[in-house]
Design a protein around this ligand. Sequence first.
Ligand code: ZN
Length: 691
Amino acid sequence: MTTTQATADLSKNPLLSPSWLPHFKAIQARDVEPAIRYILTKNQAELEDILKKNTQPTWTSLVQPLDELSEHLSQTWSPVSHLHAVLQSDELRDAYNASLPLITEYATLLMQHQGLFKAVQALAQSKDYEELDFAQKKSIEHALRDFRLAGVHLDAKKKEKFLELEKKLSQLSIKFSENLLDASQSWFMTISDKSQLAGLPESALELAQANAKQRGVEGWVLGLDYPSYSAAIKFLDNRELRQKLYEAYATRASDQGPDAGKWDNSTIMNETLACRHELAQLLDFKNYAELSLATKMAKEPQIVMNFLEELLKQCRPFAEKEMAELRQFIKSVKGPEEIASCDLSYYAEKLRQAKYNFSEEEIKPYFPITKVLPGLFALVNKVYGLIIKERPHVETWHPDVTFYDIYDEQHNYRGGFYIDLYARPKKREGAWMDECRKRRRLPDHNIQQPIAYLTCNFTPPLDNKPALLTHDEVLTLFHEFGHCLHHLLTKIDYPAVSGINGVPWDAVEFPSQIMELWFWEDEIIKMISGHYETGEPLPKKLHQQMLAAKNFQSGLHMIRQLEFALFDFRLHLEYQGTQVHFIQKIIGEVRTRTALLPVPAYNRFQHSFAHIFAGGYAAGYYSYAWADVLSCDAYEQFVEHGLLDRATGESFMQNILEKGGACEPLDAFVAFRGRKPEMRALLKQNGWIEK
Ligand code: ZN
């Protein structure tokens, strides 16, 4: 390729002329790798240039131009990585896989760069440093920490090893997700006799029919995507089918089950643990758990273990009581003598209906998305004074996606977000918020406002009805919206600590989990519910039944969360690199304390535990419970002063949401609550102590 050709090609590459909002439709898989290579090469050259000029580094001469470099890369990569998650084609997968190692290498080499490290260190020791504000100082403090965590102090050979491990880890994580996605999408079961589907609510039947149509088969299709699976395992009367589904789901991407060995993640998981352990040891940590905590609110492994043990002690008696009640119920309805895992959700739903006399299906018509979303916006208007408006005609990646702008009470523009709500093929499962743009101060002193992606996998609208959400889906929406607010409301102008950046992982769920707590309240239900045909809000009786059922099996729910958290943490704390079947051994040991029913030997839940093998939660899954303590306790402040109290909302916004990662989360919490967090409110929310 001649230079002219390359330039000509690059000049037409839409990824190289980023605009404030990405042009998703113009993004072609073939443009990804050349664009990334170009930016990385350019950034490397410019970095050397910046360093040459910085004999006496200042914020403006060093940090600001460096931020520009990272921003250029992230503006190009963010829409690519987002499309890879929500609209994955084979070509895009290849382009993504070819580019990610380049970025990993670049990021690692940047943080291992002696010259750069010395320049930042010189800035930290300079007179100029004293003049900086708290957020700038925090950025520098984090940078110095991250240099160390990238091995800047290591000799050349060890640095190389570190890089090799980082690259390998990123490849392993990609492969883990690919296997999981392929395994989840390839297995399905076709039903031609409708009577086999007895028990399934109308909406699940419609979904099964739509899935069949999509796959070009007659009848109904039950698959492993979450909306399809979760409804079937809960409602399907046919135990044999439930058993089949459960086995397929619990063995995804493993050495067991109907697709045994086809997309087996076993080796990937073992290698991941080995690489992480080696990485931690290179940096002089005893294990990966210690390395993980170097950037978290909980400072030592013992603190995390004590926390999880304490919570286990609190919740286990309730979980046991709930399991005994379920057993009793199954007996009373002449259910199976030997309860199997595939019976748990099914009979739990039946018990819930018997006890509280309502089903999720009765509730759903009252939560059409057309009511929930405006209601949620009205809630944050009351609490934070925010005004949210849809912006039509924004280019997106799918017709289901909409874009909204957020303004504050003074009508200042604060940011925008895309919202992509429904499950569809080629879209990663789960719900999440991700950054499209960070808030930052531009070289011309203007502010670049932040943009977020809010992604869910709800049951899509069927039959010309609006999407009707289960209460769990509403909670998920509230949760992810909380992350959005954290990202978008930041007033910090430095990208390293603005929004969710620089927030310790175990505090990052605090603003999202607190949002969920409003859902249950009378005042809020009135705002967010309205029957999709009549507009009538959720009837009082149904709401009371739903409230009574709020803590139904809360002990069992928590003990399962603790199982995940303990498994994850011990996995990274106790790994020595020599044990065989280590993963299975740890999950087995944890289950002796958390599982109240024998788990089938074929169960390979861990093979789909993407949070820790393909997400950022390694030795950090405890974060959910940890942040729950913060959110429940902070929510009490609203309970004490009024759920929609604007002053309390303002204080939460100023002390937590606007501060991003520029403040220590404990200090921010104390500034809002007036004292350190206590576990009591969490126990109360779960119904384990009196209200
Ligand atoms: Zn979250």
